[in-house]
Write a protein that binds this ligand. Structure first.
Ligand code: KIV
Ligand code: ZN
Length: 512
């Protein structure tokens, strides 16, 4: 008999915890729609009690997504759990995921609670959550480094209180596959009521073993839920990557013998969307979603591939969505074709005005660029000048002059709360001059911690997509801007990051 493996995606919660990966409500909603197309079983949409922004994002996702279970994280206290339940009210299927640390180190140093207090708190929280929703997941944070006897007591108690999923995090990425697999097996064997819950794995990638550990938790330990993120996004070195775990289980069905709901053809689009939204570039040699994952450069490999593709390929590129990387629209394409393509890409504009603005931008782009790829469209809608999101700063126009041997000059017109201002400056290069021109008005005091330019579809005709990461008073935000002119793209990205710095409410850290 074949068991089912539940795919629990936490890109919007654990993934968003990576410094600089914070997303707006609308960005999260767009990604949630793509996860629904992927047929992810559970979407962890955020941590509702951490900030008003997160509450609204969880709520919007719960209201919009119908085919996946929507989950909110919450610490093990009544206030967090009530906030989670409230945000999840509109969901077809809702889950509360509550957690408390169980390792001696975390209990003593972080929580300053005794093991007995933690046990009591865990029980009360699951009991409270079960009164609000039927589907409750419990995680003993730093579970893998917890004392196994104590952990068994906690897990038995929370299952007795009605926890339906037990997730065992390797919070700090310390595990190795065989040991982690056996750890899950031991817990399942020793907890008397273990058969009343689904067991789940949640592995961080600090030693590069998150996927291997998760697979061992499934194979050796018998876990039937994997927590993962698109592109392996997550705290520090990230989480188990969704695309890798899914394709490993699928490609090696002979070994794992597990079924999944996932429709992998949407994987590449999901990867691009997450990368473009967060500005976290996918390395070319990344398994499954890297640009080179299916490229064969050496003569011997190419020759083998031409004779029989199985000689060097264990998966088909088109099965994970690489074939959709084709020209989709051009300058003669009409509004309906454009709208259809947005829909195919899982992008829903909030109003006709937003669609019109995006279409106008598309026409402008298509005038100078003969082939419009999916990436161009994704970049275009990530561009804040066409989304409806309320931005404090908006790009209007830019002119700059640079000449060999001369110091570049730039003049940038932008809006501050709707009012136009012009800034002028020189700089080391045209980009530097433009950003300094903006700063003559804004005087943000922010430090730039990352500036990157990426050619969206590979040629010099391509749009340049710029990511700017700014840090100020402990907050880190990303701004993304796209334009065929990389100086303009840079100014847009910078203004977007400044707006986010301004808007972003302080939030409570999940593992703080
Ligand atoms: O890594 C971790 O321990 C977590 C928990 C909050 C589940 O993300
Ligand atoms: Zn985690």
């Amino acid at each position: 008999m074949t068991d089912k493996l539940i795919i629990f995606d936490t890109t919007l919660r654990d993934g968003e915890q990576s410094p600089g990966a914070s997303m707006t409500r609308d960005e999260k909603l767009r990604i949630a729609r793509q996860l629904e197309r992927l047929k992810v079983d559970v979407i962890e949409a955020g941590f509702a009690a951490s900030s008003n922004g997160d509450f609204e994002a969880v709520q919007a996702i719960a209201n919009a997504i119908k085919d996946s279970t929507i989950c909110s994280l919450s610490r093990a206290n009544d206030r967090d759990i009530s906030r989670a339940a409230e945000a999840l009210k509109g969901a077809n299927s809702a889950r509360i995921h509550t957690f408390i640390a169980t390792s001696a180190l975390h209990m003593e140093k972080k929580l300053r609670m005794s093991p007995e207090q933690v046990l009591e708190q865990a029980k009360l929280s699951v009991r409270f959550a079960r009164n609000l929703v039927a589907d409750v997941e419990f995680s003993p944070e730093d579970g893998y480094r917890s004392d196994v006897d104590f952990l068994c007591r906690v897990l038995e108690a929370v299952i007795a209180e009605g926890a339906t999923t037990i997730n065992v995090p390797d919070t700090v990425g310390y595990a190795v596959p065989e040991l982690y697999g056996n750890f899950i097996k031991t817990l399942r064997e020793r907890v008397p009521n273990s058969d009343k819950a689904i067991w789940s794995v949640h592995c961080h990638n600090d030693l590069g073993m998150a996927v291997a550990n998760s697979l061992a938790g499934v194979k050796i330990g018998g876990a039937r839920q994997v927590e993962c993120t698109i592109n392996g996004l997550g705290e520090r070195a990230g989480n188990c990557s969704l695309e890798e775990i899914v394709m490993a289980v699928r490609t090696r069905k002979d070994y794992f013998n597990l079924e999944m709901n996932i429709d992998p053809v949407h994987i590449v689009a999901a990867s691009r969307m997450v990368s473009q939204t967060t500005g976290f570039v996918v390395q070319p040699n990344k398994a499954v979603v890297g640009a080179n994952a299916f490229a064969h450069a050496s003569g011997i490999h190419q020759d083998g591939m031409l004779k029989a593709r199985e000689t060097y390929e264990i998966m088909r590129a088109e099965d994970v969505g690489w074939s959709s990387n084709k020209m989709v629209l051009g300058k003669l394409s009409g509004r309906n074709a454009f709208k259809q393509r947005l829909q195919d890409l899982g992008i829903q504009m909030d109003s006709e005005a937003d669609t019109n603005a995006a279409f106008a931008r598309f026409k402008e782009l298509a005038d100078g660029k003969s082939e419009i790829f999916d990436e161009d469209i994704l970049a275009l809608v990530s561009d804040d000048s066409v989304t409806h999101e309320k931005e404090q700063y908006g790009f209007v126009s830019l002119s700059q002059h640079s000449e060999t041997g001369e110091r570049p000059q730039a003049s940038v017109v932008f809006t501050v709360d709707g009012k136009e201002v012009r800034g002028e400056s020189d700089g080391n290069g045209p980009v530097d001059a433009s950003l300094k021109a903006i700063e003559t008005h804004v005087k943000s005091g922010a430090e730039m911690v990352l500036y990157s330019v990426n050619a969206i579809s590979g040629s010099t005709e391509s749009q340049g997509e710029v990511t700017v990461r700014l840090q100020n008073s402990g907050r880190v935000v990303n701004g993304v801007g796209a334009d065929p002119d990389i100086v303009v793209a840079s100014a847009k990205a910078y203004l977007s990051a400044l707006s986010k710095l301004q808007n972003k409410a302080d939030r409570v850290a999940a593992q703080g």
